[in-house]
Design a protein around this ligand. Structure first.
Ligand code: BG6
Length: 478
């Protein structure tokens, strides 16, 4: 183990999951169909296809997830055994409003989350809730075009209000939209669907659709912040960004400028949520690109009044970007402009492993937004096998240890305010991007394969005992 100074005593250690990736039980107790329920399995090379309805022969991994719906008592008990102070999950919108905009909420769905949060409190674990984590009701996508529509903005605020009213005694920490900035990569249809419920027709302007949907999400997020504070001033609402620093490929001034502008583009969502208004470059950018974004007259005031209390971030990797001869503006293309960084290794799924990038990104985010930060996801996915009842995931220990060591430097040496650290993921889940079970993330192994075959038994991996020691020592003992 690596010894060092302890983290602050109030630091919120724990782990995270999302409803659609772990709960399964996709039709239980009145749940409606979400976009995750019509996504087929893919892999590193094959994007996840989407079917208009659930078909009999399709493989839909989110239908079973890792059956947290029926195992949550056992799972939360194991998290408590690791010493978790905080557990983040999402509330599946379709458990509360099966179609997203039904006249009345589904009491059975509310009751389920009551039980989950009560179980957390039995063990002294503070729950954190994500209100929208890649699981929009399919009806809102098919009937309204997802967040392109203002109706969906209103439906989301209504759903969020029901959750806040019901759970404010149990849940203090809330996140509005998970990785709202993934859609900056609007060339990828998967990002548009997961973030915003956009399924575009050929010929539609994807960039305009993204900015429009994101505008509605930013307004909704700001409304939710205000509603939460009105319900109870003790509630803390954060945005949630995929924090992935973009490095210039080299010292060529064009590379440096391009990387900086790409960061502006990828993080404007955070600017709006933290500062309460759009950054200055966006109006000229929209004009130059012929993009028209509709904003209601009241929106600017809502954005200004609904700034977040903290910035939630996931951190997995860094990007490295190279300018192209024709570049003149902020856009970058993740499919063609990224280069492999020779200074950092990669995971089995090709993600750059860059712990120093976490320290860099925390410093960058602090300097830009001047708000407390909360790492609400960090981890590594890899293929693993259960041998004699054990999983030796030393690569996960190495990854997490290196990232925690850099986060400690950011907090203790650089003075960055970080509220807590939630590893992704508490237990194995179905991968969001590929739909694979075999891209495992947890401290707890779940006996299930890519087709949902297996006993769903839970097994403590080597990283389980390691993380237990980390938390027990307040991070002194990495
Ligand atoms: C983030 C998401 O993108 O990263 C999670 O918030 C996701 O839902 C995690 O699981 C890891 O990504 P993936 O695609 O490997 O599951």
């Amino acid at each position: 183990p690596m010894q060092g100074p302890a983290f602050p005593a109030s630091f919120l250690w724990g782990g995270a999951v999302a409803a659609h990736q772990t709960e399964g039980a996709w039709q239980a107790d009145g749940k409606g169909v979400s976009i995750a329920d019509v996504m087929l399995a893919g892999d590193r090379q094959t994007p996840r296809a989407v079917t208009p309805t659930v078909t009999a022969d399709g493989v839909y991994p989110n239908h079973w997830g890792t059956d947290f719906y029926h195992h949550y008592r056992e799972d939360i008990a194991m998290m408590a055994e690791m010493g978790f102070k905080c557990f983040r999950t999402s509330i599946a919108w379709t458990r509360i409003f099966p179609n997203g905009d039904d006249p009345e909420p589904n009491e059975a769905g509310l009751q389920y989350y009551d039980d989950v949060f009560a179980t957390c409190h039995e063990y002294g674990i503070e729950p954190m809730v994500t209100l929208s984590h890649f699981e929009l009701p399919l009806h809102l996508v098919q009937a309204y075009g997802g967040f392109a529509s203002r109706h969906v903005l209103d439906a989301f605020v209504r759903f969020a209000t029901v959750c806040l009213r019901r759970f404010h005694h149990q849940v203090k920490y809330w996140l509005t939209f998970n990785e709202i900035n993934n859609q900056a990569n609007w060339r990828d249809p998967h990002a548009l669907l997961q973030d915003s419920g956009l399924l575009l027709q050929p010929g539609e302007n994807a960039e305009q659709a993204m900015f429009q949907a994101a505008h509605h999400e930013l307004v909704a997020s700001a409304q939710v912040v205000q509603i939460a504070h009105a319900i109870s001033p003790t509630l803390q609402v954060g945005g949630m960004l995929a924090l992935c620093p973009i490095y210039p490929a080299g010292p060529a001034p064009q590379d440096v400028l391009k990387a900086s502008k790409a960061m502006d583009y990828r993080y404007y969502f955070g600017d709006v949520q933290a500062l309460g208004h759009y950054p200055a470059w966006l109006a000229p950018y929209w004009a130059e690109h012929g993009l028209t974004i509709h904003q209601a007259p009241e929106d600017a005031a809502i954005l200004a009044a609904g700034t977040v209390d903290f910035v939630g971030c996931s951190y997995y990797m860094s990007f490295t970007l190279k300018h192209q001869a024709a570049d003149a503006d902020y856009t970058y293309n993740e499919a063609t402009d990224l280069t492999t960084n020779p200074n950092v290794p990669q995971s089995q799924w090709g993600w750059a492993i860059d712990p120093v990038g976490l320290r860099y990104a925390l410093n960058w985010a602090n300097a830009r937004w001047h708000l407390p930060l909360f790492i609400v996801e960090n981890g590594i996915g890899g293929a693993e096998t259960l041998v004699d009842g054990q999983v030796h995931d030393q690569y996960r220990i190495d990854y997490l240890r290196a990232h925690l060591a850099q986060m400690r430097l950011a907090i203790l040496s650089d003075g960055v305010p970080v509220m807590g650290y939630l590893a992704w993921s508490a237990l194995d889940i179905v991968s969001a991007s590929t739909g694979e079970m075999k891209k495992r993330y947890g401290f707890i192994y779940v006996d299930a394969d890519d087709f949902g075959h297996g006993s769903m038994a839970r097994v403590r991996k080597d990283s389980f005992a390691w993380y237990q020691r980390v938390i027990a020592s307040h991070g002194a003992d990495l």
